[in-house]
Design a protein around this ligand. Structure first.
Ligand SMILES: Cc1ncc(C[n+]2csc(CCOP(=O)(O)OP(=O)(O)O)c2C)c(N)n1
Length: 360
């Protein structure tokens, strides 16, 4: 017997859980301004997340998917992409979306069931949040194909969870990305859980990164709590795609330090000891410690950043709470180019009922 092929999956960490540098410091990490920007985005996302949960708990917004503990992934994605690239998000990508120009009040509107939350005023070429698991991978493959076909230098980046890698849509996208050498980067937020299904029940694979190998391209792991490693690895994959060298897959190892959504109770299935350990590894605390150690942050500067993030969140929440009521027809108008008869009828009934309610 002879071996006909060899594969390897590598793992990158630059800033470890003890906030110590354990890898080569990338060029971008030499800019104090860039590092403060990372911190600000991660903090803004965390504060936003807390407010969004409060809005749901007080009946002012619908079900919401928190991102606590996974802020570094979106921060790196948003920072690494160029404006004209296309980001195809799933529902834990607020940190990336806000850097793309999506307003926080638009995200709140989305979770409030308001169609205007899908209509990004400043970032209209990025698709909206995708909840049907893994379907966004195929949208991303189509988008990446179009970018290549049109000979642009832009790339597509799609985000997904660990559970999504068990879906047929994911495997089909991986296959086509490799076969057609698409300018596409897959970023998996491996937060160890798909609602209540732990990773060891999701797959027998040693890594999720290795799933790319079946598509004929590289998959690698990165510490998903390490903003420096994430920015480096995602940046390299984007450059590779932009140079016409094909797709990549990145598995970012994180932990979901929250309920799956506000409709879930993770304390019923996440082991306490595991959560405690994950809290010690979370991205914001270690990065803050690193910035203080490097004297890039001081107490005063940190408080300034806290204040400006809090003000931004307050202003966006205010905007969301004061949005004019959506048209009742918005529940119908964006699903079909041509309405089926039954929806024409339902739409007319909805308008009539709204008018009657206004009169009574
Ligand atoms: C096609 C499809 N099947 C099932 C669901 C129900 N569902 C919502 S979230 C979720 C788990 C997804 O887990 P994962 O991909 O790991 O992402 P995470 O939520 O952990 O970030 C499931 C099964 C769905 N939204 N879409």
């Amino acid at each position: 017997m002879t071996f006909v092929a060899h594969f390897a999956v590598c793992y990158t960490q630059i800033l470890n859980a003890e906030a110590k540098i354990c890898g080569e410091l990338p060029e971008f990490a030499k800019s104090a301004q860039t590092l403060r920007e990372f911190y600000k985005i991660m903090l803004l996302t965390r504060l936003f997340d807390q407010r969004a949960i409060s809005l749901q708990r007080t009946g002012k917004m619908g079900t919401y998917a928190p991102v606590n503990g996974q802020e570094a992934i979106g921060t790196a994605i948003g920072h690494a992409l160029e404006k004209d690239d296309i980001f195809i998000p799933y529902y834990r990508d607020y940190a990336a979306q806000l850097q793309r120009g999506v307003s926080l009040h638009e995200i709140l509107a989305y979770w409030g069931g308001d169609e205007r939350g899908n209509n990004y005023v400043k970032t209209c070429h990025d698709p909206g949040i995708c909840v049907p698991i893994a379907s966004q991978c195929l949208h991303a493959a189509g988008i990446a194909f179009a970018l290549k076909y049109k000979n642009t230098k832009n790339i597509a980046l799609v985000a997904l969870g660990d559970g999504a890698t068990s879906e047929g849509d994911f495997y089909e996208a991986i296959n086509v990305a490799g076969a057609w050498q698409l300018p596409l980067v897959f970023v998996i937020n491996n937060n160890q859980w798909a609602i209540s299904v732990p990773l060891n029940k999701q797959t027998k694979c040693e890594t999720l990164a290795q799933k790319a190998i079946a598509g004929g391209f590289t998959g690698e792991q990165v510490d998903g709590n390490d903003i420096l490693a994430l920015r480096q690895v995602i940046g390299e994959a984007i450059t590779k795609a932009r140079q016409g060298k094909g797709p990549s897959l990145i598995e970012a190892i994180s932990y979901r330090l929250s309920h799956h959504t506000t409709a879930d109770d993770a304390t019923r299935y996440q082991p306490e000891a595991e959560v405690k350990e994950a809290r010690n590894k979370e991205p914001l605390i270690r990065f803050k410690q690193f910035l203080f150690d490097q004297k890039i942050l001081t107490e005063e500067l940190e408080q300034e950043i806290q204040k400006s993030c809090t003000e931004e969140v307050n202003a966006e929440v205010d905007k969301f709470l004061h949005m004019p009521k959506p048209q009742v027809t918005s529940a119908f108008d964006y699903h079909f180019a041509t309405f089926p008869d039954y929806l024409i009828e339902q739409r007319a009934t909805a308008i009539e009922e709204e008018e009657n309610n206004a009169l009574s």
